[in-house]
Design a protein around this ligand. Structure first.
Ligand code: ADP
Ligand code: ASP
Ligand code: MG
Length: 438
């Protein structure tokens, strides 16, 4: 039996957390391969080491002394080492890094050192081997990971061993270090689990699993005990940040279950994620699985009388967005009106060009652009078979005087999506939660 356990930033934040991590690992002999993040926040106003390292690089770029920020990073790791009495020469590593910074270091390489030092320290603390992700995570030029090559390399290095592996980075073919997206250690953990055919991928964080809503918005949100890969994909894509949205692909391919657990409450079973739970008796009768959302959208509503009976108009609209390389998140069709939802950041430099092209190519009656839109989704496998979900949504939002800008039900009926103004984001999630969950 092999369990791959990934510990996130909050689990690696200080010496006290390292003790909890060691106790968790030592309590189960199957937890043989460990993946870690850089040290995270110890308290709400604290800094994540990853952020400090980005800041350090910004200092170098603008020619401001990076010394004080660098020392903050170094001190965090030295203090963990000294408090735990780990014998490991980190000073010479830090000295070499500082020298390299003076000569010019890429942002990705510098930032990756957060996970590198975390993993080295934990490996020494546990007496496990350290396996550097620079030696096995291979990126393709397009930024995807070459799974075949990477898995093969890792199998050769890790087979039958107890090891600690840093998350978040790998290398390009030319040996240069490259980072994944923010939160990417979750993905490294999934690659490790898939490469080694683990029996389970445990993801240890600071909440007892996936909650039905972001705990920073809904104070009393309940844990979702079981969730399918598809539901998790929907929840994380739409904004539930507990697990990086790309985490499920490598584990789903190999049908490896994921268990999200709390380092600060290790007895709690957390959330189990699998392909399906057929045959299992659902222990909660709740209609929905969860609610999540993201801010930062903009909508273009294009109205043209007669559009509903024309062919080709939608294609012309889409071609304009394609020309400017703008991905479309959702499209809603009304009679003679199409609404396209895109990330505001993707049209930062071209929104007026898009409007001009639409006017020329589509000759609409008018185009209405709404800024500061948040998209919120309610996800749930049982929603499809029940009527009245949309009614409940309108009732909840009506009671709070929230103006619904759009509403749409996904084709697989796993979710209902609504658009509201960003200022209504928290209140929308909170009121929907209490309407559906109680
Ligand atoms: P880690 O450092 O372990 O990777 P993250 O900060 O990436 O942890 O993710 C855990 C955090 O995600 C929680 O502390 C919580 O504030 C936030 N979060 C947002 N939405 C949810 C949700 N639906 N369920 C659980 N946590 C959520
Ligand atoms: N340390 C990285 C970040 O803060 C990666 C991770 O924690 O998963 O984004
Ligand atoms: Mg994370």
């Amino acid at each position: 039996m092999l369990k791959v356990a990934k510990f996130g930033g909050s689990s690696m934040a200080d010496a006290e957390q390292y003790k909890k991590v060691r106790a968790i690992i030592e309590s189960d002999d199957d937890r043989k391969v460990i993946v870690v993040s850089a040290a995270g926040k110890r308290y709400p106003d604290d800094h994540k080491l990853t952020d400090l390292l980005y800041l350090c690089h910004a200092h170098l770029t603008y020619g401001v002394s990076a010394g004080p920020v660098f020392d903050m990073v170094k001190d965090r790791y030295l203090s963990i080492r000294d408090t735990l009495g780990i014998s490991l020469d980190l000073e010479s590593d830090f000295e070499k890094l500082y020298q390299k910074m003076q000569k010019g270091i890429s942002q990705d390489e510098l930032v990756s050192r957060g996970e590198y030092f975390s993993a080295k320290l934990l490996a020494a603390y546990l007496g496990y081997e350290f396996i550097d992700s620079a030696n096995w995570v291979r990126f393709n030029y397009d930024g995807t990971v070459d799974q075949t090559v990477s898995y093969q390399l890792l199998r050769e290095m890790a087979a039958g061993k107890r090891a600690v592996i840093p998350g978040f980075y790998g290398t390009m073919e030319d040996g240069k270090i490259r980072l994944m997206d923010r939160g990417g250690s979750d993905i490294t953990g999934a690659y490790v689990a898939a490469a080694l055919n683990a029996d389970i991928y445990e993801n240890w964080t600071d909440v007892s699993g996936i909650l039905m809503a972001d705990p920073r918005i809904v104070k009393d949100a309940k844990t979702i005990a079981r969730v399918t890969y598809s539901e998790l994909r929907e929840l994380s894509y739409i904004g539930a940040q507990v697990l990086h949205e790309a985490t499920i692909f490598p584990v789903r391919e190999k049908n490896i279950p994921v268990n999200i657990r709390n380092t600060n409450d290790p007895e709690n079973p957390g959330t189990l994620i699998r392909d399906n739970f057929e045959g299992a008796d659902p222990d909660d009768a709740s209609l929905i699985t969860g609610i999540a959302g993201k801010k930062g959208f903009i909508t273009f509503s294009i109205t043209r009388s007669g559009m509903a009976s024309e062919s080709g108009t939608l294609r012309k609209i889409l071609m304009v967005f394609e020309k400017y390389n703008v991905p479309i998140h959702y499209i809603l069709n009304g009679i003679d009106c199409a609404t396209l939802v895109v990330r505001a950041s993707s049209v930062e430099n071209c929104r007026y060009l898009i409007q001009a092209d639409l006017n020329r190519d589509v000759e609409p009656d008018h185009i209405h652009v709404s800024d500061n839109i948040a998209i919120i989704a309610i996800v749930g496998r049982k929603m499809a078979s029940r009527s009245g979900s949309s009614g409940k949504i309108f009732q909840a939002l009506g009671e709070q005087n929230i103006n619904v800008r759009m509403i749409s039900q996904g084709p697989e009926e796993l979710n209902i999506m609504i658009g509201v103004k960003e200022k209504d984001f928290n209140i929308t999630i909170d009121s929907l939660y209490h309407k559906f969950v109680g």
